[in-house]
Design a protein around this ligand. Structure first.
Ligand code: MN
Length: 209
């Protein structure tokens, strides 16, 4: 039986296609180096765990579990992030349509209010982290959360509809210390159609337990 390992997902657009909002160099290093490092980290841990079990040696479970959470969450969040963006004018940017637009209006009143709150969540994330939009299956609402690092303040089992990476590695080449400019630019490349796809899957989860 072949051993399954994690792999870096290919982008569905070219490295230069999110310009001028994310530069070719910034996107290339973010995807091919930073995301790749989380994939490698998760695979190395799986190997370490398997070897210890095979050889009957002890694992520092506390350390391994913490590291695995960090690398796996980093891998998952980046995979979600790449797909909730598209080149501007090619599905990226503009205004949401369909069910996600309805939920935004229902919860936030206006698209501007939603963008303002989400941007504030992204801009105020302390240290390294993410802003995320989740769907709360139980009360049928969307909510904004802030994730620290990749795995702190995550609400377990709440489907993620959209994420924005605000680690410095996501924007520093393009925007230096001006994270807010990167956050503003993000709205030009949001792929709202992907949010509707994820929402349709999330809504199917209604009876969870
Ligand atoms: Mn990142």
């Amino acid at each position: 039986m072949a051993t399954e390992i994690y792999s870096l997902p290919a982008l569905i657009y070219g490295y230069a296609e999110l310009e001028p909002y994310i530069s070719e160099d910034q996107l290339r290093i973010h995807h091919s180096k930073h995301h790749q490092a989380y994939v490698n980290g998760a695979n190395a841990l799986l190997e370490k765990i398997a070897n210890a079990r095979k050889n009957g040696t002890d694992l520092d479970i506390k350390a391994v579990a913490k590291e695995l959470s960090f690398h796996l969450a980093g891998h998952r969040l980046h995979s979600l992030f790449w797909r909730n963006m598209m080149p501007n004018g090619k599905d990226g940017g503009g205004s949401p349509q369909g069910k996600i637009a309805d939920l935004i209006t229902q919860e936030f009143g206006t698209l501007d209010r939603f963008k303002k709150e989400f941007s504030q969540a992204a801009n105020s994330t302390e240290g390294s982290g993410w802003a995320a939009l989740i769907y709360d299956v139980d009360v049928k609402k969307i909510n904004i959360i802030q994730i620290e690092k990749h795995n702190v303040n995550v609400v377990p089992d709440y489907p993620i509809l959209m994420v924005l990476d605000v680690w410095e590695h996501a924007y520093y080449m393009d925007y230096k210390n001006e994270r807010n400019k990167f956050v503003d630019a993000f709205w030009n490349i949001v792929f709202w159609g992907k949010l509707n796809e994820r929402l349709a899957d999330a809504i199917k989860l209604e009876k969870r337990f």
